[in-house]
Design a protein around this ligand. Sequence first.
Ligand code: UTP
Length: 283
Amino acid sequence: MTDTPRDNPTPIQICLFPVAGYGTRFLPATKAQPKEMLPIVTKPLIQYGVEEAVAAGMHTMAFVTGRNKRAIEDHFDITYELEDQISGTQKEIYLSSIRQLIDQCTFTYVRQTKMRGLGDAILTGEPLVGQQPFGVILADDLCHDDESVLLQMTRLYAQHQCCIVAVEEVRREDVCKYGIVSGQALPDGSIRIEQMVEKPAIDQAPSNLAMIGRYILTPDIFDILRETPPGNGGEIQLTDALKVLAARNKVIGFPFSGRRFDCGSVEGFVEATNFYFQHQTRG
Ligand code: UTP
């Protein structure tokens, strides 16, 4: 993501990063290090996510972490010995992108003690967010577009003042991997979401429109999550809580038109690595 920070059209200041998952599809690489620290070329996945949030005008980065995630905290902190060693050399430039983020942002952390699903991770972030709308980035969904996806979503939030979820068409055979939505097309190209199903079988999917890892959520989601029982896979599903808001006409779909890489899967990760190697200068 190469956007420069622009004016945020909304008062959304906080971006929440649920990063507590185990990343089992990347074992053994993720045995002792977070999946979000795996690099796409020279930058870890989580840094792409933070850059996207900054480009959307957000400057407080709130992480829901778990065990073995300390490398994320260290990444967003100054490393005095290393910086001292390369200071004044040509290698200094390699740290400029991360130094800029450290200078521009505040980083806050809370731990999710049991992996009870994305919905539970978001609820765990409540003390960091409080009663304000906030962005959510799942860093393993790496999104490449002309401008920050989250920035585009904040514009839609400014218009509709409700939850915004990024959606993308997926292959029919992949609908069972996603939260699938359907609804009514609006004149501005967005979708008023009416139906949502988490990881449906092909014959039960209302469409092939999948929610991807970008959201703007309103704080009423926390009370709903508190009341949401475990769903698919025994986990507290964000989709189940969003369904409650969709029934109140409070969820808008943002059709994402850029390129997305599912870096939680090995294939997507390799694809992203090749793409960014070809399209990006070292940052
Ligand atoms: P995933 O299910 O894709 O991530 O969750 P995972 O569990 O880390 O990966 P695998 O399937 O074992 O390989 C989507 C996002 O939600 C976060 C994950 O960190 C990831 O960013 N998450 C999921 C949590 O923070 N807590 C949870 O309890 C579950």
